[in-house]
Design a protein around this ligand. Structure first.
Ligand code: GTP
Ligand code: MG
Ligand code: ZN
Length: 311
């Protein structure tokens, strides 16, 4: 036996990372960065179903390796599954979430961005907003751009915003510097350009990029499974399928207020200790919205999400 970091490995075992999960098996990346297909030992499915980003231990067997153990996870990104009945782990062992939206095509959605930010915050993950397709920006988009910048103002929310373009490369160096040394997971609506961004960073990648539906200007759900792509030895990005909605039904109603970082300073100042910042008198959050310290749009989304939740 030998130690690899803190994991005890027998001679036949090696440590690896799950880079994608398919119906029949998974792909793994070993410590030299080589990716291969692997099977999953049957009993693992009863313990921990593997997800993209998992660290694992595999054994070499005659044909392809077998994954025998999934190591404990840190930093998972979850959402409520489309059935609404269970939570789904989108990716494991991530340090940060990149919420990839576009200035247009498809149209920018505050609903998507605010839900995804709340979902990241719920799991204590850092998050950044990537505003893609800036090459399509024209002077008539100025109002929208200013509006987005004001709504997600880093000074208030703590979320950095990176305007980028996969066509001109604008902003991509700054974004890469920001994520270096981490595993980051991308989420966003279909067609926002998540796969285009990884392809920009790694042009030799064999991944599909899909044209938008010309009528709706939305994506066609080109990426169908989460895939981990190493960018350098210590940096990896997980590309995921575009979502119609980043559901946050799994966040308890009373906890949603803590998923809006800019509410933080005001939460203790409300008149009632159990204030949910809806219609209660003496609410410090509402006063902050009225005097402009908290964005009206962010607060409106909070109210919408609260109203959607059955208490
Ligand atoms: N003009 C412009 N088009 C872009 C940019 N980035 C991506 N696109 C286009 O947007 C479309 C969708 O790109 P994808 O990378 O497949 O989008 P995605 O977010 O991965 O979509 P799903 O896999 O369906 O979730 C393609 O036609 C891309 O060429 C950009 O920066 N500027
Ligand atoms: Mg894609
Ligand atoms: Zn309040």
């Amino acid at each position: 036996t030998r130690f690899n970091g803190s994991i005890l490995l027998s001679t036949a075992e090696f440590s690896c990372r799950i880079s994608s999960v398919g119906r029949r098996g998974v792909t793994i990346i070993d410590e030299r960065g080589v990716e291969t297909g692997a099977r999953i030992a049957g009993r693992i499915y009863h313990e921990t179903k593997p997800v993209t980003g998992d660290y694992a231990v595999a054994v070499k067997t005659a044909d392809i390796p077998t994954v025998e153990r999934i190591l404990p996870r840190t930093g998972i990104l979850q959402r409520t599954a489309s059935s609404g009945r269970s939570t789904q782990i989108i990716a494991a062992n991530v340090d940060m979430v990149l919420i990839v939206a576009s200035i247009k095509h498809p149209v920018f959605s505050d609903g998507f961005v605010c839900r995804a930010l709340a979902g990241a915050s719920w799991k204590d993950l850092k998050a950044v907003i990537v505003l893609n397709k800036m090459d399509l920006y024209s002077p008539k988009d100025e109002e929208l751009k200013n509006r987005i910048q004001a709504t997600y103002d880093r000074e208030r929310t703590g979320y950095p915003l990176f305007p980028v373009s996969c066509i001109t490369g604008r902003g991509t160096d700054e974004l890469l510097e920001h994520v270096r040394g981490m595993t980051v997971v991308m989420t966003g609506p279909s067609g926002a350009g998540k796969t285009s961004l990884v392809k920009y960073y790694n042009p030799s990648l064999d991944v599909r990029i899909g044209a938008l539906n010309p009528k709706t200007c939305r994506g066609k759900h080109t990426t169908v499974a989460a895939q981990l792509i190493p960018l350098d030895k210590n940096t990896a990005v997980i590309d995921t399928p575009g979502l119609r909605m980043f559901s946050i039904d799994h966040i308890p109603r009373n906890d949603l207020q803590f998923c809006f970082p800019e509410f933080g300073d005001y939460l203790d100042e409300c008149k009632f200790r159990d204030c949910l910042h809806l219609t209660e008198p003496g609410c410090a959050v509402k006063s902050a919205v009225e005097n402009g310290a908290i964005s009206k749009i962010r607060y409106r989304k909070y109210i919408d999400f609260m109203n959607e939740k059955k208490s």
